[in-house]
Design a protein around this ligand. Structure first.
Ligand code: GEK
Length: 243
């Protein structure tokens, strides 16, 4: 069902901004695995973190769920009465394929609701776990604080936000080093220089990375008393923030 990612393998005259459409859905598992260092580790660890923080009679949210990899990881591990998962993505193509994948998942009977919606419009309530695995980076900069504040308000005491992001660095030398090593990672996974450069251009106006300290300050400003980095590989990090 899923094919290898060749979307940027040939020279494209008209490089349009990246969109999560049908063509991306067809190659998405291969694309994200070969582009995000540690993706498999992050997905399986989200399940472990969710098992620790899920509370009875609460919701676990997967915001920007794509094909539901984090949802399935949580579903296999959470074990609390009255706890369900709400997975949200605004790409209809992602949600449609995600439904098919979910229908063939028999690892557990934790209820999952898949919603095709903008995460900025979805109510967050009675939440014990909120996952944003490489999604905040696609939200307009000026809307990010309000979204994190809403998540904080919707979390129960003791609840967790798991936030994974591609990050930027203030120091140009560090930025250059981290970008170069990430491109080496992509080359090692079979992407050509042309694919790396065309994808970079397509994402330029769509994926806006921020520094680690910007993320930490925003979490603090939204009310989170504790946050920590539990994963970093090059310019990719994942944080936990506890209410
Ligand atoms: C994974 N979490 O496999 N509302 C809803 N969804 C959105 C919005 C929005 N405003 N903006 C972007 N998305 C996944 C990977 S991918 C990361 C997440 C990547 C969705 C978008 O449609 C896409 O499916 C997802 O966020 C980002 O663990 O491809 O780098």
């Amino acid at each position: 069902m899923h094919k290898p990612d060749k979307l940027y393998a040939s020279p494209l005259d008209d490089l349009i901004d990246f969109r999560f459409d049908e063509r991306v859905v067809n190659v998405f598992p291969d694309m994200i695995q070969r582009s995000v260092p540690g993706y498999g580790t992050i997905i399986s660890t989200i399940g472990i973190l969710a098992a620790r923080y899920a509370q009875p009679n609460s919701h676990c949210y997967d915001l920007g769920c794509s094909l539901g990899a984090a949802t399935l990881s949580m579903r296999a591990r959470i074990n609390q009465p009255g706890c369900d998962i709400i997975a949200v993505d605004n790409s209809a193509a992602m949600i449609e394929r995600g439904q098919q994948i979910l229908a063939s998942d028999s690892t557990s009977d934790v209820p999952v609701t898949l919603l095709c919606a903008d995460i900025q419009d979805v109510a967050i309530e009675k939440a014990s776990v909120v996952v944003m695995n490489f999604t905040l980076q696609f939200i307009p900069l000026e809307d990010r604080l309000a979204l994190i504040e809403r998540i904080y308000q919707g979390l129960k005491p003791g609840g967790v936000l798991i936030l994974s992001e591609k990050i930027a660095f203030e120091d140009p030398q560090q930025q250059n080093f981290q970008t170069a090593i990430h491109h080496d990672f992509k080359r090692a996974n079979g992407y050509s220089d042309l694919e790396i450069s065309q994808k970079r251009t397509a994402l330029e106006n769509v994926l806006i990375p921020e520094t680690l300290s910007s993320h930490q300050q925003r979490l603090h400003a939204a009310g989170f008393g504790f946050s920590d980095i539990w994963f970093q590989c090059f310019n990719f990090v994942s944080l936990v923030a506890i209410k």
